[in-house]
Ligand binder design. Structure first.
Ligand code: FES
Ligand code: FES
Length: 408
């Protein structure tokens, strides 16, 4: 915007008219939850479909698709809007905040905390719409009274009829923040990759973070308390220590040894961006995140890595992994110690299942390190999403075989 332009004039420049047939692809640049994305979408695609099907942000719920129920409410340039009534191509240059951007699973927004505290959700289908409508209300009308809340929030319909507790949660948040509602807490520049197989989004080159700036912003925080899964695996490899260390020394080669993992960017200062995929039956998780090498010492044969990833559906994982390689008479002993923290829908697998899957993945990792150390090349195992069910099944088969051997 130049100094002589009014905001309306600047808006009119940005919201250029789009002439395109319904199925004609149109390039749309959006900033979604702080991350720039470029989408090539048919002109008929609504914002709700773009968010859900093309960016994998399925927190935006769709009820009526007619602008009646308010379930699809998101923030567009700071104001609540019905995502089902907007075409994505109308919004070139807009900033969108969805419920995924409101708070983090380990650090929920005060509105989300109040909804939880007051049992303001039953099935939760209307919750994203209510959260963003309430946020818009408290941010743009901070002097709203408790008596006005029912009318102000009547734009979202709760089919579970949980209105009383929703109003209590909003009123409580309002009272707790008399000087203004805190901003959305999960809007930051990061890789945006949806879970769907739809049209993919890319982060524009010009907006990609500069490596050393990015490295400084990679802040990997491990949660307090016990990890969800603690894995401790020792494997004897009939490969000399030097060759094994050569793999541990080459972070790209090492990443190729972990089933489903892939490094996507070197951010400098021992920090890396990457993704990891795992499939449990119909549930496919694709974690985007960061890893930082915090210890790398050939003398002790130790490599320690902290990693953090988030799935677009809100599943989150953090891990503290230490690999120690020691020379032995037969070759090398490789020990992996991992503390894995899981939150969100991945935690529903339960500790035992998650533990078995993690252990199996580390066993495969040790095998892959052996293969890479022997051949000097990345292992031939596919880098695609490993099926957790297959991993689990092979664990069960191993157990059954062991029991069978003991009985004989
Ligand atoms: S789905 Fe958009 S208002 Fe109902
Ligand atoms: S909690 Fe079920 S629709 Fe509102």
């Amino acid at each position: 915007m130049t100094s002589t332009e009014t905001p309306r004039e600047a808006d009119e420049t940005r919201l250029r008219p789009v002439r395109a047939a319904a199925d004609e692809p149109v390039e749309v640049r959006l900033t979604v939850n702080g991350t720039p994305a470029v989408l090539n979408l048919p002109a008929r695609v609504t914002l709700s479909d773009a968010l859900r099907d093309h960016l994998g942000l399925t927190g935006t719920h769709v009820g009526c698709e007619h602008g009646v129920c308010g379930m699809c409410t998101v923030l567009v340039d700071g104001e609540a809007a019905r995502a089902c009534l907007l075409f994505a191509c109308q919004l070139d240059g807009a900033e969108v905040v969805t419920v995924e951007g409101l708070g983090r699973p380990d650090d929920l927004h005060p509105l989300q905390q109040a909804f939880g505290r007051n049992h303001a959700l039953q099935c939760g289908f209307c919750t994203p719409g209510f959260l963003l409508s309430s946020y818009d209300l408290l941010a743009n009308k901070p002097d709203v009274t408790d008596d006005e809340l029912p009318a102000e929030l009547s734009g979202v319909i709760c089919r579970c009829t949980g209105y009383r507790n929703i109003l209590t949660a909003v009123a409580e948040t309002h009272r707790a923040h008399p000087d203004g509602i805190p901003e959305p807490g999960n809007c930051a520049r990061r890789a945006l990759v949806g879970r769907s197989n739809g049209q993919s989004a890319t982060v524009p080159e010009a907006n990609k973070p500069v490596a050393d700036t990015a490295a400084k912003t990679v802040d990997i925080k491990l949660p307090q308390g016990e990890p969800t899964v603690a894995v401790e695996i020792t494997t004897d490899l009939d490969v000399p220590f030097d060759l094994v260390w050569r793999v541990l020394d080459d972070v790209h080669l090492l990443a190729r040894c972990l089933p489903g993992a892939e490094l996507t960017d070197d951010l400098g200062e021992n920090a890396y961006a990457g993704r990891a995929r795992v499939a449990v039956g119909p549930i496919k998780l694709s974690f985007n995140g960061f890893a930082r090498i915090v210890e790398h010492d050939r003398d002790t044969g130790t490599l320690r890595v902290l990693a953090q990833g988030q799935d677009t559906g809100g599943a989150q994982t953090q891990a503290d992994i230490t690999l120690v390689a020691r020379p032995t008479e037969q070759g090398t002993q490789l020990r992996a110690d991992a503390a894995v923290y899981l939150t969100g829908r991945i935690a529903q697998f339960g500790r035992a299942l998650a533990g078995d899957i993690s252990r199996r993945m580390f066993e495969q990792f040790a095998e892959a390190v052996k293969e890479a150390a022997t051949s000097g090349e990345a292992p031939q195992t596919p880098a695609g999403a490993p099926s957790a069910l297959r991993l689990l099944l092979s664990t069960l088969l191993d157990r059954l075989r062991r029991i069978g051997r003991r009985k004989r």
